[in-house]
Write a protein that binds this ligand. Structure first.
Ligand code: MIG
Length: 753
């Protein structure tokens, strides 16, 4: 093996939107995508097509740079890139010259055979956050990760890799922030100062280009905004999909599914979604129904609809090898499957037995796959759960010489799940017309937020999985994935009643609220835990439904600027060291104003760190001083949740599903603060794409601390809110300040507290 250095700049040339730097070994190109986003691509194959699964933006049309003997300097209003010519090194600075991130002067970028690596300078106080679904601590300093999408069943809280690949991290040092997205789908590696060399961090991949986007915005939130500008943002999810979801591998028959749905209504436990896992199919053949257990899918779904339940069905990529099975016959006839190098269709065993795997990297295959969803949409399915798309097969190791079209698995494995989900999304969106499909996927790559929610796969029913699962959710939020969930209760094993209660209460604040369990485990629907526990579970689920106006507005924020609903405190309190303390690292903000502290089911008090400012316990308004840790009560029926001073939280009455309108009252809760605050309230019909044509109801709600005023600005959009009465409910203002009730309307509303 030979280490190949990048060499010296020999020739610099300008093209419309980029500069090219030629060395003896490679070609480097630099583009400006936005003032705070610069792309660098270093390649040995400059003529290869420039494609990305993730990026949806184009570079700016011009690039501003200077070229001298020693260096090339690219400048924007927000960022300076200094490129040293001999040897070729790339270093980024703030406009006033503070180093953000520099190539390691010794090594920079180089190759060992096809493996390409970028060694970068490691700053003494540097922290790293991001990479999405990765085990370990919030601060990833001192750790090493691999991206190679894997069916990580039975994983521990240390397992790496897991199901998804997000080669995007944010670095923090010297009071500064930067982000780096390594857009490369080969198996990739990130080393945040885990080697014996304490001068460097590094990242690289088994093949492809050293192709990265550097983000120079100051502030983690700004970097997330820029990253999601580049790779896209989520659409508004169907409102029903953010209600409570009940799943199990599997409800074995239509009767069982209906029985479960009925029980929710009998027990007055709100819920919106029920799932059909793999056993709804005939021998696990995708796009079929088992005609004994599910003899009349449409009849079943109609009855579910009458109970205000929506149905989500699972799909796996593997197509059963069986003559006479439509998808098999068509796929073989049209060469739609992954192949070996000799042209034979690749075969591996999964649930249906021997399977072929669609080549989702081909547009025609995507179309074909998408169109087949009529088998599910005609009976009335509205949600699509994309599983096993790492892709998974028994034995895991897909041979490296498997090809998807003309690309080898080694190059595109990490994007397979995303491309499958894209095909499912495009297809079902087309079939459902103006109706929003709900999409869930296990495997993902950067950009998946544009069309799907994700969940974190097969966790276990333990406290440590509950806590680390929350870190996964928070970390996914850093890479643009706002609509995320974990299997509440733990997929594998049986939770204790305490763990079930605790996890369910945490689930109120998890963007996707889904209870799911593995085959062979004890049933775990809310009524399985005795009357007293069921009452607690019911109360928590009711709270979720009361919070939906706040949560749905939070998703609107994600759709507009990419900020996640569940936010590690590292986003808003980046410079506060306590946020990274392992004792507090699982805490997060849910939306702008709620701080949630996950607590083990075995503890009835919790140590909670509250960042600077004033905080109130959600539920009883007890005041807590910020900037310090507190020991707080954590009874089974009251997870420690706090509201920030100045908090604005719109709520609604308890409803049994999002199909119910409720009592028409907009319960606007306001907590006294010392500073002004603002909330963007958003509402639309929750089911169609009419919102894209201006049919929504959106307004700023502001709290003015000095004047004790709440102002609802004139609403934008043509949608008529479902609320007709506004109740402003003050917290922390003292007994003399009373709840006020006025008509709710889209015009200016000013309330003095
Ligand atoms: O080999 O469809 O992670 O949520 O219930 C297991 C059955 C396949 C794995 C998923 C899990 C799902 C299960 N699937």
């Amino acid at each position: 093996m030979q280490t190949q250095l990048l060499g010296n700049a020999k020739q610099v040339s300008q093209h419309n939107d980029h500069i090219t730097i030629q060395t003896a070994e490679a070609t480097a190109k630099v583009w400006v995508y936005a003032p705070a986003i610069i792309r660098v691509n270093i390649t040995k194959t400059p003529d290869k097509a420039d494609t990305s699964f993730a990026v949806i933006q184009q570079p700016e049309s011009a690039i501003n740079y200077s070229d001298s003997d020693q260096e090339i300097i690219v400048t924007t209003e927000a960022l300076t890139l200094r490129i040293n010519k001999a040897p070729l090194r790339f270093s980024f600075f703030t406009p006033d010259g503070k180093p953000l991130s520099e190539d390691d002067t010794r090594f920079g970028v180089n190759w060992q055979n096809e493996r390409v690596v970028n060694y970068r300078k490691l700053y003494a106080d540097e922290k790293f956050i991001g990479l999405g679904e990765k085990t370990g601590d919030l601060n990833r300093r001192g750790t090493h990760y691999v991206n190679w999408n894997t069916d990580a069943s039975k994983h521990t809280i240390y397992t790496d890799p897991l199901y998804k690949t997000f080669p995007f991290f944010i670095g923090l040092h010297s009071g500064l922030t930067y982000g780096l997205f390594f857009d490369n789908t080969y198996k990739s590696y990130f080393d945040f100062g885990a080697t014996t060399d304490d001068e460097m961090s590094w990242f690289g991949a088994d093949g492809g280009d050293m192709n990265y986007y550097f983000f120079g915005a100051q502030g983690v939130a700004e970097i997330i905004k820029d990253y999601t500008w580049l790779t896209g943002r989520m659409e508004m999810p169907p409102l029903w999909s953010i209600g409570y979801q009940q799943c199990r591998y599997s409800y074995m028959s239509a009767d069982e599914v209906l029985g479960i749905a009925q029980k929710f209504r009998e027990h007055n436990i709100p819920a919106d979604v029920i799932y059909c896992d793999i056993d709804y199919m005939d021998n696990y053949k995708i796009f079929t129904w088992n005609d004994e257990a599910f003899p009349d899918p449409k009849g079943m779904i109609d009855q579910l609809k009458a109970l205000d339940f929506r149905t989500v069905c699972i799909v796996d990529p593997g197509i059963k090898v069986e003559e006479g099975y439509k998808q098999y016959d068509e796929g073989v006839a049209k060469d739609y499957f992954a192949t070996y190098t000799n042209g034979d269709n690749y075969v591996a065993s999964v649930w249906p037995g021997r399977c072929h795997f669609p080549n989702f990297f081909d547009d025609e295959v995507k179309e074909w796959w998408g169109a087949a969803f009529t088998a599910l949409t005609e009976p009335g399915v509205e949600g699509f759960w994309n599983d096993m798309n790492e892709p998974a097969a028994w034995g895991q190791n897909i041979p490296y010489l498997v090809k998807f079209g003309d690309r080898y698995m080694a190059e595109v494995r990490n994007a397979y799940g995303m491309e499958m989900t894209k095909a499912t999304y495009n297809g079902t969106r087309k079939i459902l017309g103006n109706k929003r499909p709900f999409m869930l996927t296990r495997a993902a790559y950067c950009g998946t937020q544009r069309f799907s929610a994700v969940w974190t796969g097969d966790n276990t029913a333990t406290d440590e999985h509950m806590l680390y699962g929350q870190r996964l959710v928070n970390s996914l939020g850093l890479v643009g994935m706002s609509f995320t969930g974990v299997d509440i209760g733990g997929y594998t094993g049986n939770p204790t009643p305490e763990l079930m209660l605790r996890w369910n209460s945490l689930g109120v604040y998890i963007p996707m609220y889904r209870n799911h369990a593995e085959i062979g485990t004890a049933m775990r629907e809310p009524w399985e835990w005795g009357e007293e526990n069921m009452a607690i579970i019911r109360k928590d689920i009711e709270l979720r439904y009361q919070l939906l106006p706040y949560i749905y507005s939070g998703f609107y924020e994600s759709s507009q600027n990419g900020l996640p609903l569940s936010r590690t405190l590292a986003i808003d309190y980046t410079q506060d060291e306590n946020v990274f303390d392992v004792r507090y690292q699982n805490q997060f903000l849910f939306g702008n104003f709620l701080l949630v502290a996950p607590v083990e089911s075995t503890k009835l008090t919790a140590a909670v760190y509250l960042p600077g400012g004033e905080w109130y316990r959600f539920g009883n308004d007890k005041v807590y001083e910020g900037g310090m840790a507190h020991s707080v009560p954590a009874p089974m029926n009251d997870l420690p949740v706090f509201v920030k001073g100045g908090g604005i939280i719109p709520m609604q009455s308890v409803i049994q599903s999002t199909n119910e309108a409720g009592d028409g009252i907009f319960y606007l809760h306001i907590w006294k603060g010392t500073e002004d605050s603002k909330f963007v309230y958003y509402e639309d019909d929750g089911v169609t794409y009419d919102n894209e044509r201006g049919i929504f109801h959106k307004r700023d709600i502001s709290y003015h601390a000095e004047y004790n005023k709440v102002i609802l600005a004139i609403a934008d959009g043509t949608y008529t809110s479902k609320f007709n009465t506004l109740k402003v409910i003050p917290h922390g203002f003292g007994k003399t300040v009373k709840t006020q009730e006025v008509p709710y309307h889209p015009g200016l509303i000013e309330i003095t507290l």
